[in-house]
Design a protein around this ligand. Structure first.
Ligand code: NAD
Length: 353
């Protein structure tokens, strides 16, 4: 792993929505990391010498057009793609298959942050499979949420190992930060009875996090992943209009259960309960985010440990911070020739400088 600031880790970010842009900004603040490329569904912005995260984070809508506006430069036709260069080394171009384009350039990265929508459940596992089949040894971190999606990711373990790659899965806030906190909390108990996660998120505008909101809607009674995926923006607006922008979610199918079972914190998936409140119209958190683990000590006492996130910390801070910490752990694993798919509960994240 290159933790030497003179040789920063070269990153590609897949997805340039709310979380992809936050990743671009945070990467820009880290000496150990360099943003080498970012894509959305329509195009790629790439530079081997590193991209400035700030103009990318300010872009709204289409990544390539937004980047051009932010840089105040015109485009030109190059190699069949509309390209713009702010310095000769920066490329910003539209293409049919931006992920395929980044797979073709995978030799230019050490690691990949996946901030794509996961609708349907198999979408992100399918992206990792494409990279692994191309055979470049890379480190990936994703912020997957659903149990079935993380199960699919673990099924890729043999393929990822063959590619001498590392995938750290479920490494956002929940699962991610809160599931890791539950592993630590479990250590005080001889038996864990229950893990309760109750999250609060406030965002000013749902359109900044479309995938997150659609994936949350899929947890509402009467909705499915397929139904949420098929909703138009107007459908989402109409639903949010009926609830004053607030979604209260209970009994969510979140992979915290599988990830905690995997390391022995719980025996049954039913011992983990995840829910929360999403306010899509006000940035203030509607409730504090907590993880409460209840268990019995070796002296026979029932007690709980509670981990509470600061109310001022945003969803982006609590998802991308851990994701980058786990990415550094993934680089550490790869350097030690440990390849495969691992969950957020299996290793502590490191801290990226
Ligand atoms: P978003 O909708 O704001 O952005 C998604 C981005 O992906 C867009 O730039 C879009 O153009 C791009 N994209 C879509 N399809 C693509 C394709 N085929 N090729 C290339 N790019 C493509 O999404 P968001 O709200 O930032 O959420 C991203 C992910 O983060 C979601 O899956 C969400 O569930 C997850 N998330 C996880 C946690 C957690 O705690 N684990 C919390 C919040 C969000």
């Amino acid at each position: 792993m290159s933790t030497n600031p003179s040789q920063p880790v070269r990153l590609a970010v897949l997805g340039a929505g709310g979380l992809g842009k936050a990743a671009a900004r945070i990467i820009g603040m880290k000496q150990e990391l360099r943003l080498a490329a970012i894509c959305d569904s329509r195009g790629v912005v790439a530079c081997a010498e590193g991209l400035d995260g700030e103009p990318l984070a300010q872009c709204s809508g289409d990544l390539v057009e937004g980047y051009r506006r932010a840089e105040g430069e015109g485009g030109h036709e190059a190699g069949g793609a509309l390209a713009v260069a702010t310095t000769t080394a920066v490329e910003a171009f539209h293409c049919e298959d931006p992920i395929g384009e980044l797979i073709a350039r995978a030799g230019a990265f050490d690691a990949v942050v996946v901030a794509l929508p996961n609708l349907p459940n198999e979408f992100i596992p399918g992206v990792i499979e494409r990279f692994a089949r191309a055979g470049h040894p890379l480190v990936f971190v994703d912020v997957l949420k659903r149990t079935r999606a993380v199960e699919r990711m673990f099924a890729l373990d043999p393929l990822v190992r063959d590619a001498r790659s590392v995938v750290l899965t479920g490494c956002g806030a929940t699962p991610g930060l809160l599931a890791a906190a539950a592993v630590l909390a479990a250590q005080s108990f001889i038996e864990v009875e229950q893990v309760d996660i109750w999250w609060g998120v406030g965002i000013a505008n749902w359109e900044a996090y479309k995938a997150t909101i659609r994936e949350d809607i899929a947890h509402l009674p009467g909705y499915t992943v397929e139904r949420a995926k098929a909703m138009t923006d107007a459908d989402v607006n109409a639903l949010l209009e009926r609830t004053d922008g607030v979604l209260t979610l209970r009994g969510m199918e979140h992979a915290d259960d599988l990830l905690l079972q995997r390391v022995g914190v719980v025996d049954d998936l039913g011992q983990v309960e995840v829910g929360g409140v999403m306010d899509t119209r006000r940035p203030k958190k509607p409730v504090s985010t907590t993880m409460t683990l209840t268990g019995i000590t070796f002296e026979g006492k029932r007690s709980s440990h509670t981990f509470i996130l600061g109310d001022e910390t945003t969803m982006a801070a609590n998802v991308i911070g851990p994701a980058l910490g786990y990415l550094k752990r993934g680089l550490w694993l790869k350097e030690r020739n440990l390849f495969g798919v691992f969950g957020c509960t299996e290793f502590l994240p490191m801290v990226v400088k």
